[in-house]
Design a protein around this ligand. Structure first.
Ligand code: CA
Length: 366
Protein backbone atom coordinates (compact mmCIF):
# COMPACT_ATOMS: atom_id res chain seq x y z
CA UNK A 1 0.00 0.00 0.00
CA UNK A 2 2.65 2.44 1.12
CA UNK A 3 4.84 1.69 -1.83
CA UNK A 4 1.88 2.13 -4.13
CA UNK A 5 1.14 5.60 -2.65
CA UNK A 6 4.76 6.56 -2.93
CA UNK A 7 4.85 5.50 -6.57
CA UNK A 8 1.71 7.54 -7.29
CA UNK A 9 3.30 10.52 -5.57
CA UNK A 10 6.52 10.17 -7.57
CA UNK A 11 4.49 9.92 -10.73
CA UNK A 12 2.62 13.14 -9.86
CA UNK A 13 5.87 14.93 -9.06
CA UNK A 14 7.22 13.73 -12.37
CA UNK A 15 4.25 15.10 -14.26
CA UNK A 16 4.43 18.34 -12.27
CA UNK A 17 8.10 18.77 -13.02
CA UNK A 18 7.48 18.10 -16.70
CA UNK A 19 4.72 20.72 -16.72
CA UNK A 20 6.96 23.27 -15.00
CA UNK A 21 9.70 22.43 -17.48
CA UNK A 22 7.33 23.07 -20.36
CA UNK A 23 6.34 26.38 -18.77
CA UNK A 24 9.94 27.54 -18.57
CA UNK A 25 10.54 26.58 -22.18
CA UNK A 26 7.56 28.53 -23.50
CA UNK A 27 7.82 31.72 -21.43
CA UNK A 28 11.56 31.93 -20.68
CA UNK A 29 12.42 34.74 -23.08
CA UNK A 30 10.06 37.51 -21.88
CA UNK A 31 10.55 36.64 -18.18
CA UNK A 32 14.33 36.80 -18.47
CA UNK A 33 14.21 39.96 -20.58
CA UNK A 34 12.17 41.71 -17.87
CA UNK A 35 14.51 40.36 -15.20
CA UNK A 36 17.56 41.71 -16.97
CA UNK A 37 16.21 45.22 -17.24
CA UNK A 38 18.05 47.70 -15.03
CA UNK A 39 15.98 50.30 -13.16
CA UNK A 40 17.52 53.61 -12.10
CA UNK A 41 15.57 55.32 -9.35
CA UNK A 42 15.97 58.39 -7.19
CA UNK A 43 15.18 58.45 -3.46
CA UNK A 44 14.64 61.80 -1.74
CA UNK A 45 14.77 62.02 2.04
CA UNK A 46 13.71 64.34 4.84
CA UNK A 47 17.15 63.95 6.51
CA UNK A 48 20.33 65.94 6.07
CA UNK A 49 22.65 63.93 3.74
CA UNK A 50 23.99 60.78 5.46
CA UNK A 51 22.48 61.94 8.78
CA UNK A 52 23.45 59.39 11.49
CA UNK A 53 21.12 56.39 11.62
CA UNK A 54 18.19 58.07 9.80
CA UNK A 55 19.95 59.24 6.62
CA UNK A 56 22.28 56.24 6.92
CA UNK A 57 19.14 54.09 7.01
CA UNK A 58 18.11 55.51 3.62
CA UNK A 59 21.66 55.00 2.25
CA UNK A 60 21.69 51.39 3.48
CA UNK A 61 18.27 50.66 2.04
CA UNK A 62 19.49 51.72 -1.42
CA UNK A 63 22.75 49.78 -1.00
CA UNK A 64 20.98 46.58 0.10
CA UNK A 65 18.47 46.75 -2.76
CA UNK A 66 21.39 47.18 -5.19
CA UNK A 67 23.24 44.20 -3.69
CA UNK A 68 20.24 41.90 -3.49
CA UNK A 69 19.12 42.71 -7.01
CA UNK A 70 22.59 42.19 -8.48
CA UNK A 71 22.61 45.81 -9.59
CA UNK A 72 19.25 45.62 -11.40
CA UNK A 73 17.59 48.25 -9.18
CA UNK A 74 19.91 51.16 -8.59
CA UNK A 75 18.71 53.95 -6.29
CA UNK A 76 20.50 57.28 -5.91
CA UNK A 77 19.80 58.81 -2.49
CA UNK A 78 19.40 62.57 -2.01
CA UNK A 79 19.52 64.30 1.37
CA UNK A 80 16.86 66.85 2.27
CA UNK A 81 17.27 69.97 0.12
CA UNK A 82 19.58 68.32 -2.42
CA UNK A 83 16.82 67.66 -4.93
CA UNK A 84 13.63 68.72 -3.12
CA UNK A 85 13.16 70.38 0.31
CA UNK A 86 12.96 67.93 3.26
CA UNK A 87 9.22 68.43 3.61
CA UNK A 88 8.72 68.22 -0.17
CA UNK A 89 9.44 64.47 -0.16
CA UNK A 90 5.82 63.32 -0.01
CA UNK A 91 4.70 65.46 -2.97
CA UNK A 92 7.78 64.60 -5.05
CA UNK A 93 7.14 60.85 -4.74
CA UNK A 94 3.37 61.19 -4.98
CA UNK A 95 3.64 63.18 -8.22
CA UNK A 96 6.28 60.87 -9.67
CA UNK A 97 9.05 63.49 -9.81
CA UNK A 98 11.12 60.76 -8.14
CA UNK A 99 10.35 57.08 -7.55
CA UNK A 100 11.12 56.78 -3.86
CA UNK A 101 11.19 58.69 -0.57
CA UNK A 102 12.35 58.22 3.02
CA UNK A 103 11.04 60.06 6.06
CA UNK A 104 8.50 59.75 8.86
CA UNK A 105 4.75 59.57 8.26
CA UNK A 106 3.86 62.26 10.84
CA UNK A 107 5.52 64.90 8.67
CA UNK A 108 2.54 64.52 6.32
CA UNK A 109 -0.23 65.34 8.81
CA UNK A 110 -1.12 68.29 6.55
CA UNK A 111 -1.88 65.83 3.72
CA UNK A 112 -3.91 63.59 5.99
CA UNK A 113 -4.00 63.60 9.81
CA UNK A 114 -4.21 59.78 9.66
CA UNK A 115 -0.53 59.58 8.64
CA UNK A 116 0.42 60.29 12.25
CA UNK A 117 -0.77 56.87 13.41
CA UNK A 118 2.01 55.27 11.36
CA UNK A 119 4.85 57.20 13.01
CA UNK A 120 4.13 58.03 16.66
CA UNK A 121 1.12 58.39 18.94
CA UNK A 122 1.70 59.86 22.44
CA UNK A 123 1.41 57.07 25.02
CA UNK A 124 0.99 54.71 22.06
CA UNK A 125 3.05 51.83 20.71
CA UNK A 126 6.69 51.09 21.31
CA UNK A 127 8.75 49.67 18.42
CA UNK A 128 7.79 46.07 19.13
CA UNK A 129 4.07 46.81 19.23
CA UNK A 130 4.17 49.12 16.20
CA UNK A 131 5.85 46.38 14.17
CA UNK A 132 3.32 43.82 15.39
CA UNK A 133 0.41 46.10 14.50
CA UNK A 134 1.79 46.91 11.05
CA UNK A 135 3.11 43.49 10.01
CA UNK A 136 0.64 41.19 11.74
CA UNK A 137 -2.23 43.24 13.12
CA UNK A 138 -3.74 44.85 10.03
CA UNK A 139 -2.03 48.23 10.37
CA UNK A 140 -0.05 47.94 7.14
CA UNK A 141 -3.23 47.40 5.10
CA UNK A 142 -4.73 50.64 6.42
CA UNK A 143 -1.48 52.49 5.76
CA UNK A 144 -1.44 51.13 2.19
CA UNK A 145 -5.08 52.18 1.69
CA UNK A 146 -4.30 55.69 2.97
CA UNK A 147 -1.17 56.15 0.83
CA UNK A 148 -2.81 54.66 -2.28
CA UNK A 149 -4.99 57.80 -2.31
CA UNK A 150 -1.73 59.69 -2.97
CA UNK A 151 -0.42 57.16 -5.51
CA UNK A 152 2.10 55.86 -2.96
CA UNK A 153 3.09 52.55 -1.44
CA UNK A 154 4.42 52.80 2.14
CA UNK A 155 6.89 50.59 4.01
CA UNK A 156 8.02 50.71 7.61
CA UNK A 157 11.80 51.08 7.30
CA UNK A 158 13.15 51.97 10.73
CA UNK A 159 12.38 52.88 14.31
CA UNK A 160 14.01 55.18 16.86
CA UNK A 161 12.94 53.15 19.90
CA UNK A 162 11.76 55.09 22.96
CA UNK A 163 12.89 58.71 22.65
CA UNK A 164 13.82 61.11 25.44
CA UNK A 165 11.41 63.65 26.91
CA UNK A 166 13.60 66.62 26.09
CA UNK A 167 15.89 69.37 27.33
CA UNK A 168 14.71 71.95 29.88
CA UNK A 169 16.25 74.79 31.85
CA UNK A 170 13.63 74.67 34.59
CA UNK A 171 12.31 71.72 36.52
CA UNK A 172 8.97 70.24 35.52
CA UNK A 173 7.38 69.33 38.86
CA UNK A 174 3.72 69.76 37.96
CA UNK A 175 1.45 70.26 34.96
CA UNK A 176 1.39 73.98 35.83
CA UNK A 177 5.11 74.16 34.94
CA UNK A 178 4.17 73.49 31.30
CA UNK A 179 2.02 76.64 31.13
CA UNK A 180 3.64 79.23 28.90
CA UNK A 181 6.57 76.90 28.14
CA UNK A 182 7.87 77.53 24.65
CA UNK A 183 9.08 74.16 23.44
CA UNK A 184 10.16 72.71 20.13
CA UNK A 185 7.98 69.60 19.94
CA UNK A 186 6.31 68.54 16.69
CA UNK A 187 3.23 66.51 15.84
CA UNK A 188 0.66 65.18 18.27
CA UNK A 189 3.04 65.76 21.20
CA UNK A 190 3.01 69.46 20.32
CA UNK A 191 -0.78 69.51 20.34
CA UNK A 192 -0.74 67.92 23.79
CA UNK A 193 1.68 70.55 25.09
CA UNK A 194 -0.56 73.26 23.65
CA UNK A 195 -3.55 71.73 25.48
CA UNK A 196 -1.49 71.88 28.67
CA UNK A 197 -1.07 75.63 28.16
CA UNK A 198 2.36 75.46 26.57
CA UNK A 199 3.53 76.93 23.32
CA UNK A 200 4.61 74.23 20.85
CA UNK A 201 6.85 75.53 18.09
CA UNK A 202 8.35 73.92 15.02
CA UNK A 203 12.03 74.56 14.51
CA UNK A 204 14.11 72.87 11.81
CA UNK A 205 16.81 70.56 13.16
CA UNK A 206 19.71 72.85 12.25
CA UNK A 207 18.28 75.83 14.17
CA UNK A 208 17.23 74.18 17.42
CA UNK A 209 20.52 74.62 19.27
CA UNK A 210 20.81 78.34 18.50
CA UNK A 211 17.17 78.96 19.47
CA UNK A 212 17.62 77.13 22.75
CA UNK A 213 20.92 78.82 23.49
CA UNK A 214 19.49 82.30 22.84
CA UNK A 215 16.31 81.65 24.78
CA UNK A 216 14.07 81.91 21.71
CA UNK A 217 12.69 78.59 22.98
CA UNK A 218 12.68 77.36 26.59
CA UNK A 219 12.92 73.66 25.84
CA UNK A 220 13.27 71.15 23.06
CA UNK A 221 12.91 67.49 22.33
CA UNK A 222 14.89 65.84 19.56
CA UNK A 223 15.53 62.10 19.49
CA UNK A 224 17.63 60.32 22.11
CA UNK A 225 21.09 60.59 23.68
CA UNK A 226 23.06 59.51 20.59
CA UNK A 227 21.67 62.33 18.46
CA UNK A 228 21.16 64.83 21.25
CA UNK A 229 24.83 64.58 22.28
CA UNK A 230 25.91 65.38 18.71
CA UNK A 231 23.56 68.39 18.68
CA UNK A 232 25.29 69.79 21.77
CA UNK A 233 22.04 70.55 23.62
CA UNK A 234 23.83 69.94 26.94
CA UNK A 235 25.58 73.30 26.43
CA UNK A 236 22.23 75.13 26.33
CA UNK A 237 20.05 73.23 28.82
CA UNK A 238 20.78 71.50 32.11
CA UNK A 239 17.89 69.08 32.67
CA UNK A 240 17.40 66.04 30.44
CA UNK A 241 13.97 64.53 31.03
CA UNK A 242 12.61 61.05 30.35
CA UNK A 243 10.60 59.22 29.13
CA UNK A 244 9.70 60.48 25.66
CA UNK A 245 5.97 60.02 26.27
CA UNK A 246 5.20 61.63 22.90
CA UNK A 247 7.44 59.30 20.84
CA UNK A 248 7.72 55.85 22.37
CA UNK A 249 8.89 54.13 19.22
CA UNK A 250 8.69 56.38 16.20
CA UNK A 251 8.42 54.53 12.91
CA UNK A 252 10.42 55.71 9.90
CA UNK A 253 9.08 55.09 6.43
CA UNK A 254 10.12 54.39 2.89
CA UNK A 255 7.59 55.16 0.16
CA UNK A 256 7.44 54.26 -3.51
CA UNK A 257 5.44 55.94 -6.28
CA UNK A 258 2.76 53.40 -7.25
CA UNK A 259 3.33 53.76 -11.01
CA UNK A 260 7.03 53.07 -10.51
CA UNK A 261 6.20 50.17 -8.19
CA UNK A 262 3.93 48.59 -10.79
CA UNK A 263 6.71 48.57 -13.40
CA UNK A 264 8.88 46.31 -11.22
CA UNK A 265 8.97 42.55 -11.77
CA UNK A 266 7.85 40.48 -8.78
CA UNK A 267 11.35 39.53 -7.68
CA UNK A 268 12.44 43.17 -7.42
CA UNK A 269 9.26 44.00 -5.49
CA UNK A 270 10.13 41.21 -3.06
CA UNK A 271 13.69 42.56 -2.77
CA UNK A 272 12.49 46.09 -1.97
CA UNK A 273 10.15 44.72 0.68
CA UNK A 274 12.85 42.49 2.21
CA UNK A 275 15.31 45.40 2.30
CA UNK A 276 12.80 47.53 4.25
CA UNK A 277 12.49 44.73 6.84
CA UNK A 278 16.29 44.69 7.17
CA UNK A 279 16.38 48.46 7.42
CA UNK A 280 13.68 48.44 10.10
CA UNK A 281 15.55 46.05 12.39
CA UNK A 282 18.95 47.58 11.62
CA UNK A 283 17.90 51.08 12.66
CA UNK A 284 16.21 50.05 15.90
CA UNK A 285 19.27 47.96 16.79
CA UNK A 286 21.59 50.92 16.19
CA UNK A 287 19.53 53.11 18.51
CA UNK A 288 19.31 50.44 21.21
CA UNK A 289 23.03 49.71 21.01
CA UNK A 290 24.37 53.26 20.97
CA UNK A 291 22.04 55.42 23.09
CA UNK A 292 23.22 54.40 26.52
CA UNK A 293 26.93 55.14 25.94
CA UNK A 294 25.93 58.62 24.76
CA UNK A 295 23.74 59.08 27.84
CA UNK A 296 26.67 58.11 30.10
CA UNK A 297 28.83 60.70 28.36
CA UNK A 298 26.16 63.37 28.81
CA UNK A 299 25.90 62.61 32.53
CA UNK A 300 29.52 61.78 33.42
CA UNK A 301 31.43 64.18 31.18
CA UNK A 302 28.97 67.01 30.52
CA UNK A 303 27.26 66.87 33.94
CA UNK A 304 23.74 66.82 32.55
CA UNK A 305 21.05 66.25 35.18
CA UNK A 306 18.89 63.30 34.20
CA UNK A 307 15.32 63.61 35.47
CA UNK A 308 12.12 61.63 35.20
CA UNK A 309 8.83 63.43 34.61
CA UNK A 310 6.83 63.12 37.88
CA UNK A 311 3.94 60.65 37.82
CA UNK A 312 1.39 63.48 38.12
CA UNK A 313 2.81 65.13 34.98
CA UNK A 314 2.80 61.87 32.99
CA UNK A 315 -0.76 61.20 34.15
CA UNK A 316 -1.84 64.70 33.12
CA UNK A 317 -0.15 64.42 29.73
CA UNK A 318 -1.72 61.01 29.15
CA UNK A 319 -5.21 62.39 29.75
CA UNK A 320 -4.61 65.28 27.34
CA UNK A 321 -3.05 62.92 24.78
CA UNK A 322 -6.19 60.84 24.68
CA UNK A 323 -8.26 63.96 24.09
CA UNK A 324 -5.94 65.13 21.29
CA UNK A 325 -5.92 61.77 19.50
CA UNK A 326 -9.71 61.42 19.86
CA UNK A 327 -10.12 64.83 18.22
CA UNK A 328 -7.85 63.80 15.32
CA UNK A 329 -9.80 60.56 14.87
CA UNK A 330 -13.13 62.38 14.87
CA UNK A 331 -12.03 64.76 12.12
CA UNK A 332 -11.80 62.36 9.15
CA UNK A 333 -12.75 58.78 8.20
CA UNK A 334 -9.22 57.44 7.54
CA UNK A 335 -8.02 58.73 10.92
CA UNK A 336 -11.04 57.05 12.53
CA UNK A 337 -10.24 53.80 10.77
CA UNK A 338 -6.56 53.92 11.76
CA UNK A 339 -7.37 54.87 15.35
CA UNK A 340 -10.01 52.14 15.79
CA UNK A 341 -7.55 49.54 14.54
CA UNK A 342 -4.81 51.05 16.73
CA UNK A 343 -7.02 50.94 19.85
CA UNK A 344 -8.14 47.38 19.26
CA UNK A 345 -4.59 46.21 18.74
CA UNK A 346 -3.31 48.22 21.71
CA UNK A 347 -5.76 46.42 24.00
CA UNK A 348 -4.72 43.08 22.54
CA UNK A 349 -1.01 43.71 22.90
CA UNK A 350 -1.19 45.40 26.32
CA UNK A 351 -3.08 42.47 27.82
CA UNK A 352 -0.40 40.13 26.53
CA UNK A 353 2.47 42.41 27.58
CA UNK A 354 1.04 42.59 31.11
CA UNK A 355 2.06 39.00 31.69
CA UNK A 356 5.20 39.05 29.50
CA UNK A 357 7.02 42.36 29.01
CA UNK A 358 5.97 43.87 32.35
CA UNK A 359 7.21 40.91 34.45
CA UNK A 360 10.33 40.88 32.28
CA UNK A 361 11.17 44.30 33.71
CA UNK A 362 11.29 42.65 37.18
CA UNK A 363 13.46 39.75 36.01
CA UNK A 364 16.49 41.76 35.00
CA UNK A 365 19.74 39.84 35.25
CA UNK A 366 21.90 42.62 36.70
CA1 CA B 1 11.45 63.52 18.57
Amino acid sequence: MENNDRRKFIKKVGIGAAAIGAGIASSAVPAIAKKQKTYNWKMVTTWPPHFPMLGEGADNLAKWIDEMSGGRLKITVYGGGELVPPLGVFDAVSQGTVEMGHGAAYYWAGKSPATQFFAAVPFGFNAQSLNAWLYSGGGMKIWEELYAKFNLKPFIAGNTGVQMGGWFNKKIDAMSDLKGLKMRIPGLGGKVLAKAGGNAVLVAGGEIYTNLDRGVIDATEWVGPYHDLKMGFYKAAKYYYYPGWHELGTGLEAMVNLNAWNTLPDDLKAIVEAATYRSNIWMLSEFEAKNNAALRELIDVHKVQLKKFPEAVLKGLKKLSKEVVEEVAAADPMSRKAYDSFLKFQKNVYEWNKITEEPYQQLKYL
